[in-house]
Design a protein around this ligand. Structure first.
Ligand code: H53
Length: 835
């Protein structure tokens, strides 16, 4: 049907041209034809949309050719399965990847508009909670940049992570209506819909060849509709796909019900199906055991696997070779039901026998663990899983029984081990342990930083390590320098590029060339000026949005991440009160002025985290208005921390707070983003902090606190927080000050739960690390006063962060796990305009 039509009408036109005049014309054209507006009556959002479409037009050629190349050449594909993708705004990033930032800025300026204002307009897709979802976003950026054929699969939540407001110091959650004004970056593909079954029961039968088979008779069927977003590589032709699934009812009405006159019932069923992808669960690092969450997980996993099988078929790849064609990465246990689902598809729908199906499955999946926290390890009640996915429960039992036979043979006479390793936890009510299923069904298992990978082998996955030592590898996390340096910090980017060229954006190791400039006073001054200018921008933002005046000469001491007790925002708060008490006792005390900035969301059901938010805001109320404090301490809780806002925050920091209890933060990635932008870290030996410190040099890192081993030892010897309270007057003074109601208008009850938790349990050992933290902060204070030396340390931090590019992480995944070669994409018609 398309044989006579050329793929693309002209080589260069209003949709592809990148000279300033063409860009301007294209923008006005889109404003008229897509937004249906004259400039006079256009809103800022209309301008943003017109620009977004102008940019989208200019990436389609790459995207379509990439898809076409993959279809024709059937290369090995990395499929990244993740329940979360915290992408951040697309427009700026796409401009950088296309090399169009400057021309578009100029074109927009010539039209009398400001690019920054239009960038600000984009509502970000907040389809993730925190580190795990953002890591997925960095990884797909790097996969495309390294020209690796890949597809990312996830869920198109209608409401992403909630927007945070602060009322009377408390967090208030507001639904995130990110799709309200439309999403110019996605393309819906209704023709590629797939069906997903839920509930019901299974039946056995003998097939035409006399083979015993199982058939799943579901209770309901839900339709999955894919929405595709192009994921550009940086200055390459590769544009991979992020395919997010939306749940819909199979028909818009159930006519059987409708004809009986039950209009309401028919519509209700539709909305029930659509509920599956309505909203992201806003918990980071705690699973909730809610049925809808399991439905979400199975829904997107089933769609994705069916999609891969369909693609393999279209490419003429036999299913026997599925594992050669796809490397599927499980981002945490959230998509782990995929192991049972692939077995089901191969056995029940494609007629494979068990051994062949299991062989393919276990050569397909690899599992990334992101946490050691027990409350984050997913387990589903057998009753619930069996009710929702009866066939999968049977398969999991069969997988488990065969696995436990292997365990018995390898470790005979060790019955405890059978109970410990079983995929089914039978110690009380029965549960399916998803991490165990992931370990059994995957050919590789990785942690996300060296320390974390080591602790995994020693603790939570120790038995599995003894069973399958060859499966275990480490891949230290990384972050994309395109978003977190080039886009976030254009001033620093120009400075660096003016000195060492722009190769570093693709090869972050080249930042090392900056090291030789550290002795150049002129360069140090330029670097300092960049930091000051960025700090001024943040001060302007804080004045405009929070009504607080902050001083760009002060230390910007920033802790920005999810609010969680293990991350210890309250340790930071205790230090602020320490300083406050000192200033009250000695109003002429000489300290380096500091601005304490916090950002982060608390899970709506996490009471203690919300109380920590309230405490920080309550401290801010006091310190920011006490004349004894003056300009020496300012505290600001930055509302609604998200990717867009993070991009303002990382570049402005002098000090990055990475103060989790050692052994609790699997890696951290904010730590990397701060340091790349020249912040110094105050941190524990936890997660990737360990490797960051090695990279930047111990002398350029403020270390404090117990090691992971010391934390375990202290716990074992019987930790008593009261010893620290009674043994440290200053600490006592701080806790007493909170208890007295000083920060709560005399209310002595408000913060009692927090104080009680610190004094009676303190599972994250805040009091044990307090003194060490305070002393370390004093070293920070001293160091900051030597401005020139601080700048030196800051430069060395930025210069030595090459290892923490997500490009390096992806190379590690490729060499150790995925083994998928790069594929060059030719975009013939584009080469002229693309230079
Ligand atoms: O994953 C990040 C790590 C970070 C870890 C985080 C994470 C989540 O955001 C959610 C669930 C989970 O199990 C782990 O806390 O340390 O850097 C990416 O690996």
């Amino acid at each position: 049907m398309t044989g006579i039509l050329p793929n693309k009408p002209r080589i260069e036109d209003d949709r592809t041209g990148i000279d300033i005049d063409t860009l301007k014309r294209a923008f006005l054209d889109n404003l008229f034809y897509i937004q249906a507006k004259f400039p006079k009556v256009s809103t800022k959002n209309d301008y943003y949309m017109a620009l977004a479409y102008t940019v989208r037009d200019r990436l389609l050629n790459r995207w379509l050719h990439t898809n076409q190349t993959y279809l024709e050449r059937a290369p090995r594909i990395v499929a990244y399965l993740s329940a979360e993708f915290l992408m951040g705004p697309h427009l700026g990033n796409n401009l950088i990847d296309l090399g169009l930032y400057e021309p578009v800025k100029q074109a927009i300026a010539e039209l009398g508009l400001d690019l920054n204002e239009l960038l600000e307009q984009e509502e970000e897709p907040g389809l993730g909670n925190g580190g795990l979802g953002r890591l997925a976003a960095c990884y797909i950026d790097s996969l495309a940049t390294l020209e690796i054929p890949s597809v990312a699969y996830g869920i198109r939540y209608e409401y992403g992570i909630f927007d945070q407001e602060i009322k009377d110091g408390w967090q208030v959650e507001v639904t995130d209506r990110w799709l309200r004004y439309g999403n110019p970056w996605e393309v819906v593909r209704p023709e590629s819909e797939l069906m997903v079954k839920f509930g019901g029961h299974t039946e056995t039968f003998i097939d035409e060849y006399g083979v015993y088979r199982v058939q799943w008779v579901p209770y309901k069927v839900v339709k999955g509709v894919p929405y595709d977003t192009p994921i550009l590589g940086f200055k390459t032709n590769t544009a991979n796909t992020l395919r997010l699934w939306k749940a819909e009812a199979p028909e818009s009405f159930d006519f059987a019900v409708f004809n009986q006159g039950d209009y309401f019932g028919a519509v209700h069923q539709k909305s029930e199906s659509e509920n599956i992808t309505k909203v992201l669960y806003p918990n980071d690092e705690t699973y909730q055991g809610k049925q809808l969450r399991l439905e979400q997980q199975y829904f997107f996993v089933s769609c994705s696997l069916q999609d891969m099988i369909r693609l393999a078929k279209m490419q003429g790849v036999a299913l026997e070779r599925f594992h050669e064609h796809f490397a599927i990465q499980l981002n945490d246990t959230h998509p782990t039901i995929a192991i049972a689902e692939l077995m089901r598809l191969l056995l029940d729908e494609h007629g494979f026998d068990w051994d062949r199906a299991w062989d393919i499955t276990t050569k397909t999946f690899a599992y990334t663990n992101h946490t050691l926290l027990p409350e984050a390890l997913e387990r589903w009640s057998v009753a619930m899983l069996g009710g929702l996915l009866p066939r999968h429960l049977e398969l999991i039992y069969e997988i488990n029984s065969r696995f436990l036979d292997e365990v018995r043979i390898k470790f005979f006479e060790d019955p405890d081990r059978i109970a410990r390793m079983s995929i089914i936890d039978e110690s009380g009510e029965r549960y399916v342990r998803m991490a165990h299923l992931a370990c059994v069904g995957s050919y590789a298992i990785n942690g996300v930083a060296e320390l974390h990978s080591r602790l995994l082998k020693q603790t939570v996955l120790h038995d599995f390590y003894e069973m399958y030592p060859e499966k275990f590898v480490n891949v230290t996390n990384g972050v994309t320098p395109r978003r977190f340096i080039a886009l976030s910090n254009p001033r620093l980017t120009s400075l660096i590029t003016s000195k060492i060229g722009d190769g570093w954006l693709k090869n972050l190791g080249e930042l090392r060339k900056l090291e030789s400039l550290v002795d150049d006073a002129g360069f140090r001054n330029d670097f300092y000026q960049v930091k000051q200018a960025v700090k001024q921008d943040l001060a302007d933002y804080v004045r405009a949005n929070h009504g607080v005046e902050i001083n760009p000469e002060s230390i910007y001491d920033i802790q920005a991440k999810r609010i969680h007790e293990y991350k210890r925002q309250h340790l930071n708060a205790l230090y602020i009160i320490t300083l406050y008490n000192r200033l009250k006792a000695n109003p002429s005390l000489d300290i380096a002025p500091r601005t304490f900035l916090f950002g982060g969301k608390a899970a709506p059901g996490y009471y203690m985290a919300k109380l920590i938010v309230k405490l920080i805001n309550s401290i801010a109320d006091v310190t920011n208005s006490d004349p004894d404090v003056g300009d020496r301490i300012k505290v600001v809780f930055l509302t609604d921390y998200n990717v867009k806002f993070a991009q303002r925050v990382y570049p402005a920091a002098n000090l990055s707070e990475q103060i989790s209890t050692a052994g609790k933060e699997a890696s951290g990635t904010g730590n990397m983003k701060f340091s790349m932008n020249g912040a110094l870290t105050i941190g524990t030996l936890d997660g990737a902090n360990v490797e960051i410190r090695e990279a930047v040099g111990a002398e350029n890192f403020f270390l404090f606190g117990m090691t992971a081993e010391e934390v375990l030892a202290k716990k074992a010897e019987g930790y008593n927080p009261w010893d620290y309270y009674h043994g440290n007057d200053e600490l006592k003074g701080v806790l007493d000050r909170i208890a007295s109601g000083f920060f709560s208008h005399g209310d002595t009850e408000l913060f009692k739960p927090l104080l009680d938790s610190l004094l009676y349990q303190d599972i994250f050992m805040v009091l044990a690390d307090y003194q060490s933290y305070v002393e370390c902060q004093e070293r920070v204070d001293g160091a900051f006063r030597d401005r020139d030396n601080w700048t030196r340390m800051s430069i060395l931090n930025a210069a030595r962060m090459g290892h923490f590019s997500s490009d390096r992480s992806i190379r590690d995944y490729l060499s150790q796990i995925w083994k998928a070669p790069a594929v060059k994409i030719d975009v013939p018609e584009y080469s002229q305009s693309n230079g």
